[in-house]
Design a binder for this molecule. Structure first.
Ligand code: RP5
Length: 166
């Protein structure tokens, strides 16, 4: 499987959240590499990974970090690949700090930020980006949306059958 997505995390403690992205990508047959590197603790590694990402065959970067979460921004500064940021809930502010740190990028350096802990959506957004040039992924996304809709309709029908009648 060609690894088109690079997932980076500020710490291995972020992996329980990011594992959902790995699983979601795998469900679409999209391969990924997962690396721990920190904007603050290993800035040289982060820069090296980011600046070589396109040349190494990746097409999308997903960057997850908690607290003063600068990892996605640091990656976006050093690659022209799209970077999706995942704020992780950790520390005293429970992810609000990471959300603001990830989403409030200066003009010129975009980071497509998902919600706090939104690793599944990060993976789906990555698949949508890849589907621009991959008709097979586009079809899989259509099927995915259709099955979600079916599940919601089934829940509604189940609920209607359970509500008290007057
Ligand atoms: C951030 O600090 C990491 O992304 C993690 O969310 C948080 C705590 O890191 P550890 O102390 O668990 O390594 O840099």
């Amino acid at each position: 499987m060609k690894k088109l997505v690079l997932i980076v995390m500020g710490s291995d403690s972020d992996y329980p959240v990011m594992e959902k992205a790995v699983v979601q990508l795998a469900e679409f047959g999209v391969g990924c590499d997962v690396r721990v590197c920190s904007a603050h603790r290993t800035p040289a590694v982060a820069h090296e990974l980011a600046s070589g990402a396109r040349q190494n065959g990746y097409r999308v970067v997903i960057a997850a970090a908690g607290m003063a979460a600068h990892l996605a921004g640091v990656f976006a500064a050093s690659t022209t690949l799209p970077v999706i940021g995942v704020p992780i809930a950790s520390g005293a502010m429970n992810g609000v700090d990471a959300l603001y740190s990830t989403v409030q990028m200066p003009p010129g350096i975009p980071v497509a930020t998902v919600g706090i802990g939104g690793s599944k959506n990060a993976a789906l957004l990555a698949v949508e980006m890849l589907s621009i040039a991959d008709e097979g992924l586009a079809e899989q996304l259509n099927d995915f949306k259709a099955s979600m809709a079916e599940a919601v309709i089934a829940k509604d029908q189940k609920l209607q059958g359970e509500l008290p009648t007057e």
